[in-house]
Design a protein around this ligand. Structure first.
Ligand code: ASP
Length: 740
């Protein structure tokens, strides 16, 4: 392990110095080992290492009595910056050396107090300000960085509130405290007493940059017994692979940005609870985790029952049916910070288990729920990041969103809207378009990049990046033309231009942003695929053209935390309403509920014998900057209506009874009208934090392959456990099958 040091040593002169120091270390070891009366012997490996870094001239002679702290001090004073070592690297090596024996690691304790006691914390490290100058304070936390300037030792002590510089001062700091400071290494746990004074060289980068603490007492509460996989204080997650972060999650969460995220999460939840409990009289009720399959339409996580052989519990995909039953029970207003489980393929904003703020209200119309939804969203932004969202939130129907953005969660911070051109192109001579329009579901849509010259032709052709996005979105290709300076003449592929020219003026008028110099991009095919492809192209172009704010706050907008909250180009919040009740599952050729099958149909659409299968639902989603953060609906509360919906999705009466009979029965006990919604808490906090993955706002998340790298779940289980659960391994079952 130690040879790694050579990797950080640059010049031959530094190597020579090291060689000398290694020779000295042998003597030091003998001395330490020979010292019978030495009370807190440093672990040999550490002592060796410490001595390794001592200049030979200062090495004690063999047989001399050396105390551990002298070693460590000598080590530190001999760790000159000019050797080109980064402090983190040296520290990591030093600690690594102590891994070789568990006993040794334990007794890094040479430095530790024998009694488990320490002075009580008086202040958070990050809370000290100029107004505290003169106060005696005690900080408890971790060593963030330590710098020994040859007797004058600086360190930063970090806790959950931030960090503050501590310093030794010959006139005030007792010698043993200076020694302890000299020994400190990154991530050691310390309690430090001292007096706050003004800093000569203020540091505007940190909140405590005006002050420092002159140390009067140091207690090292713990050292680090293992090589640090990354620097906690370094802080930039981009430099650390996510795998390493997730494996070492304990340390990862200690990074200030992660601590902040988890605190932001807690603050957000606190703000949301406040709205529900204090302003709207909601009551928090827990619902079961071991339950039956719930209706959100994803794959279930199953838990085999020991007591009921061959039966399984399902983990809830949401508390949907329980919250509806609570309304029948007369609880009136329910909420829960609910854990939900869906065994789906994962993405950056999906986890197999996630948390939602789930709520339900009786005797409400849609308006009542939307108002509470807005209260909650505003409280989350205000409480979480002090942003005032503009109210009332905008609304857009599903049909409108699909037409203009090709998506039911459009990011409306920028334009690039699309338009359907079917009516203008119905007689077109361009085969690709006419072929698509011959099919009942066929569409031709276009979107315009106003300053089209920004996107070159090569990016739009088969090897180009824009083309590639269209294909990833499911399109076969990407047709395009450019609008000439006169605003009507089309330029581009001959056949397409000729075919389009007769309707060019109408197309230019119809498509938002089209005009002289614009680039027109076309999506062609069935509506679903065309929307998906153009939506993808739209989002890609917006990023490529710098129309969307970046997570780091650059770009034309900014990270919400930095804004004043009044600018809708930074905070585009909108309700999407009037979803269809069902969508077609093309593979299985059947209807599926777009939300879930407990969503009420729009009364205007089903009154007078209207067909529920083509009805709109009284459902709504809440979208923030192109991310769906919540959704819900008014519910069906009558058995007869519920049966019709089950029938529409192809659930037989027997199946419906078997799966959801208990809810149908509840409806017969006097169910009130009711409705509700759920916020995806992880996503919401991710947006507030400006993070790009929900894993950054979940303490212990899973990877994209649904594993926890920290605990190594899922793990194997013993045959006996499986037997208890009446479960056989597939291989076993197959072998038995062969034998039979
Ligand atoms: N149960 C729904 C979901 O989890 C939310 C709702 O309809 O209240 O998405």
């Amino acid at each position: 392990m130690r040879p790694a040091l050579s990797n950080v040593l640059g010049s031959s002169s530094t190597r020579a110095l090291l060689a000398k120091a290694v020779r000295a270390s042998a003597a030091t070891n003998q001395a330490a080992a020979a010292s019978a009366s030495f009370p807190h012997r440093l672990p040999t490996t550490m002592a060796t290492h410490a001595a390794t870094l001592r200049p030979a001239s200062r090495a004690p002679s063999a047989g001399s009595r050396v105390c551990a702290s002298t070693h460590a001090r000598a080590r530190v004073t001999a760790t000159p910056r000019k050797l080109g070592w980064t402090r983190g690297v040296v520290t990591a090596r030093a600690v690594e050396a102590s891994e070789s024996s568990a006993a040794d690691a334990q007794s890094a304790s040479g430095i530790l107090p024998e009694r488990l006691s320490w002075p009580a914390r008086s202040h958070g490290a990050g809370t000290l300000r100029a107004s505290d100058v003169g106060s005696s304070v005690t900080l408890c936390g971790w060593v963030d960085k330590q710098r020994d300037m040859g007797g004058l030792v600086f360190a930063d002590v970090r806790d959950h509130t931030g960090l503050c510089q501590i310093v030794s001062d010959d006139e005030i700091t007792p010698e043993d405290a200076t020694r302890s400071m000299a020994q400190m290494r990154a991530e050691w746990v310390v309690a430090v007493r001292g007096v706050v004074r003004e800093r000569k060289d203020t540091n505007a980068k940190i909140a405590t940059g005006d002050v420092e603490i002159v140390v009067t007492e140091v207690t090292v509460l713990n050292t680090v017994g293992k090589s640090l996989p990354f620097s906690v204080s370094g802080g930039d997650a981009d430099d650390i692979s996510e795998e390493v972060r997730l494996k070492n999650r304990v340390l990862d969460l200690r990074r200030p940005v992660m601590t902040r995220n988890l605190r932001l999460r807690a603050d957000t939840i606190k703000a949301l609870r406040g709205v529900l409990e204090n302003e709207h009289d909601f009551v928090e009720i827990e619902t079961p985790i071991l339950t039956r399959s719930t209706p959100e339409g994803a794959r279930d996580y199953l838990v085999p029952s020991r007591l009921q052989a061959g039966q399984c519990y399902a983990l809830p995909q949401s508390p949907q049916l329980f919250k509806q039953m609570l309304m029948v029970s007369g609880l009136d207003r329910y909420y829960q910070v609910a854990r939900c489980f869906r065994d789906e393929d994962l993405r950056a904003d999906r986890q197999p288990e996630f948390t939602q703020l789930d709520l339900e209200m009786a005797f409400t119309d849609m308006e009542g729920i939307l108002q509470i939804g807005e209260d909650l969203m505003c409280a989350a932004f205000k409480g979480g990041i002090d942003v005032d969202l503009p109210r009332p939130f905008k609304r857009m129907t599903y049909a409108d969103a699909m037409e203009r953005y090709g998506s039911d969660k459009p990011d409306t911070r920028y334009g690039l809207e699309m338009s359907t051109l079917n009516d203008l192109l119905k007689d077109t001579a361009f085969k690709l378009f006419s072929g698509a329009l011959d099919s009942p579901d066929g569409v031709v849509k276009a979107l315009a990049v106003p300053d089209g010259a920004q996107i070159s032709n090569s990016r739009l052709k088969p090897k180009g990046d824009v083309f590639a996005e269209a294909v990833k979105g499911g399109a076969g290709g990407l047709a395009f033309v450019r609008v000439g300076e006169d605003g009507v003449t089309l330029e581009g592929g001959k056949a397409l231009c000729e075919a389009l020219q007769p309707v060019a003026a109408d197309v230019v008028r119809r498509v938002e942003g089209a005009g002289p110099g614009a680039l027109l991009l076309f999506g062609v095919g069935d509506a679903a695929t065309t929307n998906k492809a153009l939506d993808r192209v739209r989002q890609f172009l917006a990023r490529a053209l710098g129309l969307v704010p970046h997570h780091d706050g650059s770009g034309p907008g900014s990270h919400p935390a930095g804004s004043d909250g009044s600018d809708t180009t930074k905070h585009a919040v909108l309700w999407i309403t009037e979803f269809p009740m069902f969508e077609k599952n093309v593979e299985e050729d059947r209807l599926e509920a777009l939300h879930h099958p407990f969503t009420a149909p729009n009364q205007d659409d089903v009154a007078n014998g209207g067909d529920v299968r083509t009805a709109r639902a009284v459902a709504y989603d809440l979208v923030y900057n192109g991310v769906e953060v919540g959704g819900g609906s008014l519910r069906i509360y009558r058995r007869d209506v519920q049966e019709k919906v089950f029938e529409a999705i192809g659930l037989s009466t027997a199946e419906a009874e078997e799966k959801f009979g208990y809810l149908m029965e509840a409806f017969q006990f006097g169910a009130p009208p009711h409705g509700g919604m759920a916020f995806g808490l992880d996503r919401l906090v991710m947006l507030l934090a400006g993070a790009s993955s929900i894993r950054d706002v979940i303490a212990f998340p899973k990877t994209a392959s649904a594993q926890c790298l920290l605990t190594r779940a899922p793990g194997s289980v013993s045959d006996a456990q499986l037997r208890d659960l009446h479960v056989r391994r597939a291989e076993e079952a197959a072998t038995e099958g062969d034998e039979a």
